[in-house]
Design a protein around this ligand. Structure first.
Ligand code: AMP
Ligand code: MG
Length: 443
């Protein structure tokens, strides 16, 4: 497996570049800035058939080798003519020299006073520059066609050679996540294959002695592990390869084994649980032993504690898979199910996209009228789960989904968006506009 380029900067170097860096009260924007500076980008390129490349990251700019379309052609079914022969203020009559079909061009000459019946997509016969759509003409008894004055202007209904893509023009830029339209565009260039970056590999596991996996009995005081399923789902949406390492109990040897295996086999490792301040467990200790890891308290709600860094496969690690010197990014998310999702969207999503080589695109924000007042302390970013709908006046409005506790996953499931109350923002009055991240296409 091809690995990301070697990283030069230490975490301290990166922290020094982030204005307002304070690991114990880190604003969301600073944490995002830090992570953007930390993450490496995959390098390995693979060549894929265009149908296999949907959702993949384009590795190189695609320059058009041809003009698309290759010829001037008709945009309508109708009659091609010389615009210079159109009479101002009165009907124009033209004779017909023949017919041009799409894929079967008219190659004869067109004498003065004549035009050519033409189909959509047919090459414009030499000398003709304008197309009158079929529905605007009448045919006279002598077979000539009559074009009422003012029906068309010079150049109407003609598509120009190269108007979609000119030869030598950049058709698609590296870093794009290929869309259905892009696949069509590549096909229009006659390109069978496309260079994409290899998919990112992401390993994840849950930590906590109270966690049980589906199929196990739910012992007293235990909960089913839900985070692995939300994380799996969010990763699927990003199109990365996933490696699910299950639930890991609070035991140093098991945690070391899980982290080592995850780091050896993936570009990024996501854990949930075990990173909060009061944690009595071993997760943080093991993270520290295996890598360079920072423990943050982020000025946000939900999702305050988080670990970030990289863990490595040391050259001396005996018998391990993975390359010596390889390091995987570590995202140690909080345990609470809502906090997991919020921190994933706030930090991990963009980081994984950047690691995948995708050019970052900010999440679209919707401005919606809050139907209710919301209490909010300035100095932290809050993510409230909301239901967005269209009011009778056509404006977007949002209401909050019941209890907002960070363990209440139902609030997330019922929501169709997240209200973002920004760092500096205070209380919100009913009727005020707020920013919402719609889940459509995201969750
Ligand atoms: P922690 O961050 O480990 O202190 O966990 C915070 C809360 O989240 C606790 O109530 C945990 O039981 C819960 N939790 C942690 N991991 C999971 C998980 N994978 N699935 C469901 N709940 C979890
Ligand atoms: Mg725990």
């Amino acid at each position: 497996m091809n690995r990301p380029a070697t990283r030069m900067q230490s975490l301290e170097d990166i922290a020094a570049c982030v204005a307002g860096y304070d690991p114990n009260a880190l604003p969301v924007a600073q944490a995002q800035d830090f992570i953007a500076r930390l993450v490496p980008r995959v390098q390995a390129v693979e060549q894929l058939a265009i149908r296999s490349a949907l959702g993949r990251v384009l590795a190189r700019d695609i320059v058009s080798p041809i003009d698309v379309p290759a010829h001037d052609n008709s945009a309508m079914d109708g009659y091609a003519l010389r615009s210079a022969e159109l009479l101002p203020g009165t009907d124009t009559l033209i004779g017909l020299a023949g017919t041009a079909f799409a894929g079967a061009q008219f190659s004869g000459g067109v004498p003065a006073g004549q035009g050519v019946r033409i189909m959509t997509g047919a090459v414009m016969p030499a000398g003709l520059d304008t197309v009158v759509p079929q529905e605007f003409i009448r045919t006279d008894d002598d077979g000539r066609i009559r074009i009422p004055a003012g029906t068309v202007a010079a150049g109407d209904n003609r598509r120009l050679r190269g108007e979609d893509l000119a030869r030598g023009e950049a058709a698609l830029q590296a870093g794009r996540i290929l869309t259905p339209a892009d696949l069509g565009l590549l096909a229009s260039l006659g390109q069978a294959e496309v260079p994409v970056l290899r998919r990112l590999r992401v390993a994840f596991f849950s930590t906590g002695d109270e966690l049980r996996s589906i199929g196990e009995p739910l012992d007293e005081g235990c909960v089913y592990d839900s985070n692995r399923y939300t994380i799996w789902g969010m990763l699927q949406r990003l199109g990365v390869e996933v490696l699910d390492l299950g639930v890991v109990h609070d035991e140093p040897a098991a945690l070391r084994e899980a982290f080592t295996q995850a780091a050896a086999n993936a570009d990024a490792v996501i854990t949930s649980g075990g990173v909060s301040v009061g944690e009595a467990d071993h997760t943080k200790q093991v993270m520290k032993q295996l890598g360079e890891v920072l423990f943050w308290k982020i000025a946000m709600r939900p999702g305050r504690p988080m670990a970030i860094g990289r863990i490595g496969i040391r050259p001396d690690a005996e018998g391990r898979i993975g390359e010596p010197g390889h390091q995987a990014m570590l995202f140690g998310l909080p345990g609470n199910p809502v906090a997991v999702m919020v921190t994933f969207y706030a930090f991990v999503r963009d980081a994984l996209l950047a690691m995948s080589g995708a050019t970052p695109q900010p999440l679209p924000l919707l401005r919606a009228v809050s139907t209710e007042a919301m209490r909010k302390k300035p100095g932290r970013t809050e993510y409230q789960r909301g239901i967005v709908s269209q009011a009778s006046d056509g404006r977007w409005q949002v209401r909050i989904t019941g209890a907002q506790g960070s363990g209440i996953l139902r609030s997330m499931s019922e929501a169709n968006g997240m209200v973002v109350l920004h760092h500096g923002q205070g209380h919100v009055a009913a009727g005020e506009l707020v920013d919402v991240i719609p889940f459509n296409g995201l969750v």
